[in-house]
Design a protein around this ligand. Sequence first.
Ligand code: FE2
Ligand code: FE2
Length: 481
Amino acid sequence: MRENEFLNRLTSIAVQLSAERDVEKLLHIILESCIEITNSDAGSIYTVENDELHFEYTLNHSVDFPFSKYAMPLDRQSISGNCALNKTAYNISSMKKVEKLFNIKHNESFDKSVDYRTINMLVVPMMDYYGEVIGVMQLINKKEEGSDITISGKTTVKLPSYTELDEQITSSLASQAAILIARSRLYNDLSNLLDSIISTLSAALELRDPVTAGHSRKVADYAVKLARAVNDDDVIYKDVRFSENQLKELEIASLLHDIGKIGISESILQKQNRLSDEKLNEIEARLYLMGEIIKNGSYSTYKIGFSENVPAFVERIRRISDSNLLEYEDAGFLNELKNESPIRYNGRELYFLNDEEYESLSIESGNLTKEERDLINMHAKYSEEILERIDWGKRLHSVPKIASRHHERLNGMGYPYGLDMTQLSIRERILAIADIFDALTAVIRPYKEAVSKDKAYKILDYEVRIGTLDRNLVDLFKTLE
Ligand SMILES: [Fe+2]
Ligand SMILES: [Fe+2]
């Protein structure tokens, strides 16, 4: 190789190496490049892991043989083991010298099994920034430049020895590769650490609120799928292309969107009926007592009617407490009870229903009072506050913002900030759709049936009509499987 050509080749290897994150591909690039630069016939690469040498990759221009990965102990019983432990490169001009160099015999069994002969070898350690050996590269059988000789077990030809320049260049490339491999491993470790912290946080939330088990993961899956569909769309979203990084931000924001529920009391979060069993038992005992008192006194027709039918009144209150929607007649029934004057007993006034009980029972839909609903709605803001405490770095800095906006609506009627369409990004709109869809279709409780997919789509369409969700995104979402 001419000097110019050689420098160009070195530069291109350096560029190729630094552009690669995949450890396996890095190993391939470094071995192939070093074989080429040194005119070697063959080479192998080992990595050092847990006191073992792992045979990762091999290349041989003369013979073809099936390659399989294996591990051997990291000790002084092999040439590579010596190279790694001594952190030294060895230029072995003849395999006969191995015994003297390392006090071991060169193991010829591998060569024999594939009809090959190792005549000389250059073996270099791959060291990272801390001087830790992360691997060993063996270059085998240097050939004359331009030679196309094929080497077999019977080859007796004399080969040129590896030069000092070969040693310097391969050592320097091996170290560059080692540094990049260490960087990739560090990056992978950090990314795994982040993923495990995120799944721990979302598992912690689901332990507190088992009713929504699996919700975060499903919302994340729906959201990322819809964002990818936006990427694939060449009409409406032809100018929108989310990077893998932006998709990752959306995924994390989706996984943690409800994390603020950690700050909401369990009694509200897990509330299943309008009134707790405890409260219902208390009402039942009071109504039976009132029934007895009324029977023994002189009271209005309504009260007398009540005293003759206490079990039916109690039963109806229990039924209203369990229901999800307040019927018109039940609203009237509750009003009558609430407005009925109290009766006196032992110096106290006994009401059929006190203000708090009435308020809980007369909720129009769902089972939360306005006050409880306001408290639950705080979770989106809490999500933001919790997530803002994490240093997401430049790559993931939008996570808190996207997560906290999943209840914002395009018409400004959402919470916590009442933002409108001019303020909500595509990813924020996507998360809102994914969240609603899963809330509708998930089997939330064993006794509450999930809404079918088609019905959920109709509800999303309705939300589009009243101006809360994005029409184009909902339409695209409905085309996904
Ligand atoms: Fe939420
Ligand atoms: Fe949610």
